[in-house]
Design a protein around this ligand. Structure first.
Ligand SMILES: [Zn+2]
Length: 95
């Protein structure tokens, strides 16, 4: 038997009507207020066009920043002096 909610997965047991994930969802809806769950899902999963375009812009900027950081990290490796060429941190005693 398949789940009576999603019709994708087999039910938890023969006499059960929901699959494991849908049964989990149902328990969460019973545990918390269903309107609160719907509000949370609407705020998280459903996006307006402006929200989608804002997210795209944020992701594009994040990708650009990470690419810039990669380029600057590459330059740091070339500019970094070898470990033997650095000064020692111990103080030099006066003569
Ligand atoms: Zn299901």
């Amino acid at each position: 038997m398949y789940c009576s909610f999603c019709n994708e997965y087999p039910t938890e047991a023969f006499f059960k009507s929901y699959c494991i994930s849908c049964a989990n969802l149902r328990r969460m809806l019973v545990l918390y207020d269903s309107s609160k769950c719907i509000d949370i899902l609407n705020r998280i999963l459903l996006r307006t066009d402006t929200q989608i375009s804002n997210k795209i812009q944020i992701e594009l900027k994040r990708n650009m920043v990470s690419e810039i950081n990669k380029i600057s990290d590459d330059n740091k490796e070339y500019d970094r002096p070898p470990a033997t060429a650095t000064r020692s941190k111990s103080k030099v005693e006066k003569c």
